[in-house]
Design a protein around this ligand. Structure first.
Ligand SMILES: [Zn+2]
Length: 448
């Protein structure tokens, strides 16, 4: 019983997809809905746009404004550099400040679930509109459809199916996201079978004129169509490049990549210094949801203290690269934001071991084990207080300069001949890291 209900639900979801109901009188497929059809040729792709009351349908549920349609038109034929740059920078407008204002005039109970679903996985907040100029309004309709991106002023999100995943899908359109299958590089991942598509529905298989690809193709995206979308004969309209069906199709939740793309356009960033020495304070920029943030440090041995993103260098740390990690959790759903940082060296943890077994008595610097100095970010200088000449280890590359030695890339130094008879030397060492600059000179008595 339970299983069949589940199957029925899955079947229902597959049938409904994000598109309109197939049996309503407004349907594009019988031509009543649309006033006109335009065919654009952009980069060799045939793009069909259908017009209805000054709205331009890029697909059955993706609506472009006249402004956006004009940008598309400007890309036709001899597309100029200017048209291309206008397209890139102005075609889609994202909501500023990671806040989307909304008004729910629909009777759909799952609107709030859908908004929470997106807010849980991103930094955006959905705030009920009071007097803001730009906002989305959910209304009951006999189709599911939305403008693509922020239009300015009120924009309608039409909802037919009171299903969380479908409402999420339409809100993602309003936030500026297209179907996964309209990516300009989609032909590398899928084949479209136009002979199986219902008459009048080929615009659902348009290609978006972008210059760059979107990374991994996401068959499990909540913005991806099924293999049988708009099929007129129960034959597939979309198959993977290897000829198999899209088994990942779903309208249950945003995929990991869906959430990634939203966070890319509505970024949550860690702000603070690229390195810290001896401590650094970090905060989150762009987080608008009421999520709980926990901070951690990954890599190296720097310490984290406090609850507000303050990190202190471990006094015994040699320094090096690591990552500050903010884990953002809302309603049990988490995602991470990272920032790579460089932690400054703390010389108090540096020790040495000496050896008289070599031809030249040698001193190896260590921090636990031998230190490897990174010539681009860290090095040291050593000078003898006894007038004894010192030189790098045999693989060193810096010449001795009197009794002072500037060393990088090697982990120790040795006494120049003929000092094999002595039992100890006094030296001073100072250390440089790009994070901290030079330390003070530190005196060291080396016993052989
Ligand atoms: Zn859609």
């Amino acid at each position: 019983m339970k299983l069949s209900l589940l199957k029925l639900t899955v079947l229902l979801l597959v049938m409904l997809s994000c598109s309109k109901q197939v049996d309503n009188s407004e349907g594009g497929k019988n031509g009543n809905k649309f006033d006109q059809e335009y065919v654009l040729n952009i980069d060799g792709n045939r793009i069909v746009i259908k017009e209805s009351n000054g709205k331009y349908y890029f697909s059955e549920d993706e609506i472009l404004s006249e402004r956006q349609f004009n940008i598309l038109k400007s890309l036709q034929n001899n597309s100029t550099t200017k048209a291309r740059s206008v397209y890139t920078s102005e075609f889609i407008k994202y909501w500023p400040n990671n806040i989307i204002y909304y008004k729910n005039s629909s009777t759909k109970a799952n609107v709030s679930n859908a908004l929470n679903h997106i807010a849980n996985r991103t930094g955006v907040a959905f705030v009920e509109r009071t007097n803001q100029t730009n906002y989305i309004e959910f209304v009951n309709a006999n189709e599911n459809s939305s403008d693509v991106g922020m239009q300015g002023g009120k924009q309608i999100v039409n909802i037919y199916n009171d299903i969380t995943g479908i409402i999420v899908h339409e809100v993602l359109h309003a936030m500026g996201f297209f179907h996964e299958m309209v990516r300009s590089d989609r032909d590398n991942f899928i084949n479209i079978f136009y002979s199986n598509i219902e008459n009048g529905q080929s615009h659902n298989f348009n290609v978006r004129p972008e210059a760059v690809s979107g990374g991994d193709f996401d068959f499990g995206s909540i913005m991806m169509y099924s293999s049988y979308a708009f099929s007129k004969n129960n034959q597939p309209t979309i198959l993977k490049k290897n000829g198999t069906e899209i088994t990942e199709y779903q309208r249950a939740e945003m995929s990991a990549l869906d959430a990634f793309y939203v966070r890319e356009k509505y970024p949550v960033r860690i702000v603070g210094p690229d390195y810290f020495c001896p401590s650094g304070t970090y905060s989150l920029e762009g987080l608008k949801s009421d999520a709980v943030v926990t901070w951690a440090f990954s890599g190296n041995s720097a310490l984290y203290s406090g609850s507000s993103g303050v990190f202190n260098r471990n006094p015994n740390s040699l320094g090096g690269e690591g990552s500050i990690v903010a884990t953002i959790t809302r309603n049990g759903v988490s995602f991470e934001v990272n920032k790579n940082v460089y932690v400054g060296l703390s010389p108090s943890g540096i020790n040495y071991y000496s050896s008289s077994a070599l031809v030249n008595k040698s001193v190896m610097l260590k921090y636990g084990t031998d230190i490897t100095w990174n010539p681009s970010t860290s090095y040291y200088e050593v000078r003898s207080l006894d007038g004894i000449l010192i030189s790098p280890m045999p693989n060193g590359f810096n010449p001795s300069q009197n009794n002072s030695l500037f060393v990088s890339g090697v982990n120790g130094f040795r006494l120049a001949d003929p000092y094999s008879g002595i039992s100890s030397i006094n030296v001073e060492i100072r250390y440089y890291t790009s994070a901290c600059g030079w330390t003070n000179w530190q005196r060291m008595n080396v016993v052989f």
